[in-house]
Design a protein around this ligand. Structure first.
Ligand SMILES: *Cc1c(COP(=O)(O)O)cnc(C)c1O
Length: 355
């Protein structure tokens, strides 16, 4: 049995894999593969409608907010956001909470001024900066809700006088949140909502259309909204997988239900790490991520031994990001509690043997 703790692309529900596989051979008994379906057909329109409708329902979005599917990964949003929202003479406020936030800052500087209101770089991004002031005249305030690489997470939405913009790639739909408080949310699908190749973007319509620069149609959110995510050929299969995953989440009981499961998984793993001195979590306790759990062992030989043990027991994706080292265990929505139970039992036995 394989336990998949990959950081992204990552595990999806088993029934999603089964349904997606079946649809490659025969989509909804049409005799056609999902891979050969025209994107302007009513068959695919139903897929897009269900995906966007379910996402809207799960997030309880109000009518001021639009949802669209885009391509280019979350990394494209690092520049597409300032392109659409930031005039050259304006300033956007950014929180530098990790590697992904830092990349977003770099790209924003191509389009306007950037005010980095706080950074946790001084301690290798192992905590969330707390005391900072967001200027009221900032075009927007951008932050990363969950720092996938470093394993930190913002547990509440910051009070901001400027419109809130968030990269939620690695924790979207994992916990109850007032999504309507955001002016813009983006997320690559490959962690919590589907297959790689598509982004989900939520935007409050009134913040658009305020920049002076000309925007290529493919870069202009308004064009994608007007075209209902079908401005050009969309990633048909990736959107289909999102639709199946969102349908799965809805049937499970939606965001509150998955949050309860995610809380149990994270509590079990962190309790185990805290109890066993041979493992050392790297992140400030109050900022620990429930999606990506990062820890090290002080003895490199033991780290290697534990790595090998994971491999022998079918546990994949446990190695930490190359910039952090140690281990990273990703606990995305689709990861079953049983996988965490198996892992923590193995940790207990390992620690006992080494004590
Ligand atoms: C994975 C990730 C990204 C990068 O996504 P791509 O789709 O590879 O561009 C950006 N931000 C966060 C928070 C991520 O977890």
């Amino acid at each position: 049995m394989i336990h998949n703790f990959n950081a992204g692309p990552s595990i999806l529900p088993k029934e999603v894999f089964e349904q997606a596989s079946a649809a490659i051979l025969n989509f909804n008994n049409t005799g056609l593969s999902i891979l050969e379906l025209g994107h302007r057909t009513s068959l695919f329109q139903e897929v897009v409608d269900e995906a966007l409708g379910t996402a809207r329902e799960l997030m309880k979005l109000d009518s001021d907010h639009e949802i669209i599917f885009l391509q280019g990964g979350a990394s494209t949003q690092f520049f597409q956001v300032p392109m659409n929202l930031l005039n050259e003479q304006q300033t956007a406020a950014y929180l530098d909470g990790g590697v992904w936030g830092k990349k977003a800052i770099k790209e924003a500087r191509l389009y306007g001024h950037v005010d980095v209101v706080a950074s946790s770089k001084d301690r290798n991004y192992t905590y969330i900066p707390k005391d900072y002031k967001i200027p009221a005249d900032a075009a927007y305030f951008h932050y990363t809700t969950n720092n996938t690489i470093e394993g930190t997470q913002m547990h509440s939405i910051p009070d901001s006088p400027a419109p809130l913009v968030a990269d939620m790639s690695s924790d979207i739909l994992s916990r109850v949140m007032d999504f309507n408080r955001f002016a813009l949310i983006y997320a690559g699908a490959q962690k919590n909502i589907g297959a790689a190749g598509v982004n989900m973007l939520v935007v409050r319509k009134d913040i658009l259309g305020k920049v002076d620069r000309p925007l290529p149609s493919m870069m202009d959110y308004r064009e994608h909204i007007a075209a209902g995510s079908l401005l050009n050929t969309p990633p048909v299969f990736a959107i289909y997988v999102c639709m199946l995953t969102l349908r799965w989440l809805k049937a499970l009981g939606g965001v509150p239900a998955i949050e309860a499961i995610n809380n149990r998984k994270a509590a079990l793993l962190y309790d185990t790490l805290d109890r066993l001195p041979i493992f050392r979590p790297t992140v400030a306790r109050e900022d620990r991520s429930k999606m990506n759990v990062v820890f090290v062992m002080d003895d490199p030989a033991l780290e290697q031994e534990f790595q090998a043990l994971c491999k022998a027991n079918g546990m994949v994706g446990v190695k930490g990001h190359r910039s952090v080292g140690g281990f990273r265990i990703s606990l995305y929505n689709a990861l079953p509690l049983e996988s965490v139970q198996t892992l923590t039992e193995m940790m207990n036995e390992f620690a006992l043997k080494k004590a």
